[in-house]
Design a protein around this ligand. Structure first.
Ligand code: NAP
Length: 310
């Protein structure tokens, strides 16, 4: 039987792994479908303390994993956490058909990319529609072509700036006329010669499903109602995230958007189940806050186990 199982290997999960491993709890860490979490898909992280020159997101996560393993964390790559049973103790997890028993669980499943919700978006995914510029931006089909980024937050700005390396022009399509992104990021983005903002506009269709590739987007100006077509070779959607908590629905308390609501500290409504990171935080959503919450969840789990054995 495990003392601690951690689900998720983003900043929250791996920090929880470092702390619980150093507490001699030999945590079992389940990767989820995106080992290293969303940070592995960003380019340079400029605001993680201790890296004045910035650090590559992928490299930061590799370093965190090494640090956790150095102290005895065991990383298990899995396809799917299929079921959880919190009705008896120890808890029972079903992972790729295997049964794992554990005294505590730390949920650090993070959040996935939000989709616009268009049928054409779904049909053209990986055929010119993507959710990650650092993963897909260098594809030959995007070279020297006009590209569209949808969104107005830090992610959209980061994607747009990154894509200027490849694109002829990057159109930043945002539903309002001011960016949500941090001031420094917004200013840098709007000052870039290759980035052209398209304000007050929504993408209503991605063209062209019949040709089985992206040739443009149909836009609607939300103030005037005017419709237009903007030719482009790729659409990069960066409109925020959805928490990966579906498996816990109905068992663990969460809000109407699926973010887990801790009861006290990182403890959930089920004693012995703790939560950390973007799956419970829709306010701060930073690498450093996720890491901090991972640390807190590890300490809470350690204290819970100590109290059980008193
Ligand atoms: P975000 O801050 O939630 O921004 C999402 C953007 O998408 C908003 O501009 C929003 O419009 C727009 N949007 C949402 N739903 C939409 C829809 N259905 N159709 C069209 N547009 C839609 O998300 P994010 O940019 O992914 O950032 C998430 C967090 O990570 C933030 O805290 C951010 O600071 C952080 N982050 C930091 C860095 C960095 O510091 N290097 C990089 C990336 C992300 P409205 O503005 O109208 O709501």
């Amino acid at each position: 039987m495990e003392k601690v199982v951690i689900v998720g290997t983003g900043c929250a999960g791996l920090t929880a792994a470092i702390y619980t491993a150093r507490a001699n709890l030999s945590p079992l860490v389940l990767t989820g479908t995106m080992p290293g979490g969303l940070l592995t898909t960003t380019s340079t992280v400029e605001n993680y303390p201790g890296f004045p020159e910035g650090v590559d997101g992928y490299e930061l996560m590799v370093r965190m994993q090494k640090q956790a393993e150095k102290f005895g964390a065991r990383i298990k790559i899995l396809q799917a956490l299929e079921a959880v049973d919190f009705s008896k103790r120890p808890f029972v997890l079903t992972v790729d058909g295997e049964r794992i028993e554990t005294e505590t669980l730390i949920i650090a499943t993070g959040a996935g990319h939000r989709h616009i919700g268009l049928e054409s978006e779904h049909l053209l995914e990986k055929k010119g529609v993507t959710y990650c510029a650092t993963c897909d931006g260098a594809w030959p089909m995007f070279r020297n072509q006009p590209l569209v980024v949808v969104g107005g937050g830090d992610s959209a700005c980061e994607e747009a700036t990154y894509l200027t390396r490849f694109a002829s022009t990057v159109y930043l399509v945002h539903r309002r006329d001011t960016l949500r992104a941090s001031k420094i990021m917004a200013e840098r983005t709007l000052a870039h010669a290759k980035i052209k903002p398209v304000w007050d506009s929504a993408v209503t269709e991605i063209l062209d499903v019949k040709q089985d590739k992206v040739t443009g987007v149909r836009l609607k100006n939300l103030k005037t109602g005017e419709e237009s077509v903007l030719p482009c070779a790729g659409v990069f959607v960066a409109i925020g995230h959805v928490p990966n908590t579906q498996l816990f629905k109905g068992v663990i308390d969460m809000d109407h958007n699926g973010y887990i609501i801790p009861k006290k500290g990182t403890a959930t409504n089920i004693p012995g189940v703790f939560v950390a990171g973007d799956c419970s935080d829709h306010v701060y959503r930073q690498a450093i806050t996720a890491a901090g919450l991972g640390c807190a969840a590890a300490i809470d789990a350690e204290r819970y186990l100590a109290a059980l054995n008193e």
